[in-house]
Design a protein around this ligand. Sequence first.
Ligand code: KG4
Ligand code: ZN
Length: 337
Amino acid sequence: MILSIESSCDDSSIAVTRIENKKILYHKKISQETEHASYGGVVPELASRLHAVALPGLLEETKPYLNQLQAVAVTHQPGLGVTLLEGIAMAKTLATCLKIPLIAVHHLKAHIFSLFIEKQTLMPLLVLLISGGHTQIIRVKDFEHMEILATSIDDSVGESFDKCAKMMGLGYPGGPVIEQLALKGDENRFDLPVPLRNSPLMAFSLSGLKNAVRLKIEEFGGSEKMSPKDKADLAASFQKAVKLHLIQKSKKIFAKEPIKDFAIVGGASANQYLRNAYLELCNEFKKTLHVAPLEFCSDNAAMIGRYAIDAFERKQFIDPNKIDIVSTKKQQSGTLL
Ligand code: KG4
Ligand code: ZN
């Protein structure tokens, strides 16, 4: 069995997964959404202290499995330094005390492995990763070769939903709120710019669209002057512009990439409106769409454990004295490190 820990942002999560059949034996996560809601985003120091309280409580519940563990896995990048350290400290201690190997997990690769929880690994694969921190299209050739084909030059998809929700006074996290509100709105009421529409750049950009939403809100005289209908229409128009942007850039990649399996992963992949748009695109290009079950789209330790199984089979271990957070600049291109 592998015990896996996730603490890269505002979710404290631990899982225990059986290596031979990939079954999850234990999985729980404690989200900190309520604690961060009043700030409209995650406050790193607060998140770190909440992990320090939540993680030991979860670990306590895994006691029945502790003497059967063959490895411990933990997210070490990318993420918030002060929150990653909470998970790393626990993982280092466990690996040292139990004298078992330690596996350092790349959070974005783990999001890709959320597709394979309790399933076989499927590769090669084209992946759109849309989370709170990242927006990327990745060509996953095999376990060792994952290449970034397009990435956001500014905000991520999840972040843009969060910020638009915050500007409209809708709370945090903004993704699910905007999606729900948009169901009641007219997506054609506001003509928002589709980012990089006339640019040949194979990249994503969300900050200009976010700014266009801000200007619309200002035209109303602030979010408090908007009616529920105004907010629903703006949410729907914003979501439509995000969709058109993602689809336009993805289409160019689809036209060149022979890989038949395509997947959307990350927190924002829970969005049904975006899923539907990609289903249509996949039908057009005769690709098969894969998504993870809703409970595994946002951050969780089950995906960390699932990645760790493949890493364990390759004996990709790290010395507990050497593991550290990896705080690199956001990767724009190249092989996912
Ligand atoms: O993958 P995740 O849990 O954390 C990161 O790795 O960043 O993604 C969280 C992000 C948040 O920005 C949240 O607003 C967004 O995913 N999200 C959504 C939806 N559900 C969550 N965005 C759009 N539509 C949704 N239904
Ligand atoms: Zn994530």
